[in-house]
Design a protein around this ligand. Sequence first.
Ligand SMILES: Cc1cc2nc3c(=O)[nH]c(=O)nc-3n(C[C@H](O)[C@H](O)[C@H](O)COP(=O)(O)OP(=O)(O)OC[C@H]3O[C@@H](n4cnc5c(N)ncnc54)[C@H](O)[C@@H]3O)c2cc1C
Length: 444
Amino acid sequence: MDAFRASIRGDLILRDSASYETARRVWNGNIDRRPAVIVRCTGAADVQRAVNFARTHELLLSLRCGGHSAPGYGTNDGGMVIDMGLMKGIRVDPGNRTATAQGGVQWREFDHETQAFGLATTGGTVSNTGIAGLTLGGGIGWLMGKHGLSVDNLLSADVVTADGQFRTASETENPDLFWALRGGGGNFGAVTSLQYRLHPVTETFSGLVIYPLDQGRDVLRFYRDFCATLPDEAEAFAALLTHDGHPVVALVLGYNGPVEDGEKVLAPARQFGRPIADLVGPMPYCVRQTLIDEPSARHGLHRYWRSAFVDQLSDRLIDGMLEGAAGFTSPLSIIGLFHVHGAAARVPATATAFSARRPTWDFDIIGQWSDAAESAGHTAWVRALWDRVEPELLGTVYINHMMGDDRPERVRASYGENYTRLRDLKTLYDPMNLFRVNANIAPA
Ligand SMILES: Cc1cc2nc3c(=O)[nH]c(=O)nc-3n(C[C@H](O)[C@H](O)[C@H](O)COP(=O)(O)OP(=O)(O)OC[C@H]3O[C@@H](n4cnc5c(N)ncnc54)[C@H](O)[C@@H]3O)c2cc1C
């Protein structure tokens, strides 16, 4: 361990280190794991040494960028964490409309740099998720209708594979690895840098329209039909949450184009029913990127979560969601529908590892609370609602929204026809399954 410490530029944090308690924690306060060693890397050389050390000493290995994994894949018990949180370098090339960012960058940091040039790429809907974990799983965000998922904008990635080799993956270099990285999550190596395509994005027309729960059935039935009418520039998500102490339904709307066009396209949603509040208006892209940060961006809240894709919003699903919201056990919990459409849905299912390429919704029950002593009750609320609505959902899930106690066969189902190729590439690049603290694709 001493020799390893001397060989890296970053910090080595052991259980007796002063910073250990903070360093072992991740976004989900419900995750209470105690790794043996946390390596806070400063660059690809540190990552390479840490991967070699973990492999040689057969340590359980976690990779961490933003630390937002709900099941806590960014930490473990008794093993090593490669924490890239110090690796914050970002370089924007405004002429070529590209940006290269290191493996520890968060979306708010990335947006800060690219927005200086009026540019952006599809990122997450909460500003402090990590670019690496989010992108490698697919990347669902506000710009996806017009510009595709985060993986569709990935131009190349630098990755340290399980054998300790540093490789660049792109359409022309290691193309198989590049295909697998675009949806295969953290299964294929430690990504030290990602290069993205950027697009001109400055002002957006965005915000929430909020309705009381007793209008919820009509609003959600309107919403499912409204989604089918949307052009690529528009996004419409729906969320059941607590506002002013009461459960409400919110349509979370956005338009990435001229404000006058956005006003026309989003008008039916803003004119529907009798909303409590219409908070839609022009706003800079960076503001939109923080719009639903509260409370989900808060570090350390306790969380338990269930998720699936759904292609049709049945009346039974809508009724189940409304009953779930009426029985919220925590004012911080959310039931959400994220509509995937447009450019994100037109990419062929086998073009990247991410296979859910059709208009669909990512459905999430997100239990969030602050008091650890209340965990059993809030977790039971998520599970009861899940049991009620699961028959209305598909058996596939966005792998970045899986929980640790999800059935492992859901990973295989979710990759669909891409699973066999992914398993073959996993066998090639990581035959010993060094990178297994994730939605795991087991080698053959
Ligand atoms: C509040 C919240 C909002 C979210 N919103 C969205 C959203 O809008 N869109 C969306 O698509 N997803 C969203 N997600 C899901 C998110 O994509 C995943 O939680 C993702 O894993 C977070 O990435 P991270 O880097 O912060 O996670 P971490 O916990 O740091 O990492 C999670 C896993 O990602 C992999 N990973 C991380 N860094 C690297 C790396 N450098 N190299 C290789 N593998 C790595 C590893 O398998 C790691 O275990 C959200 C999650 C939360 C909690």
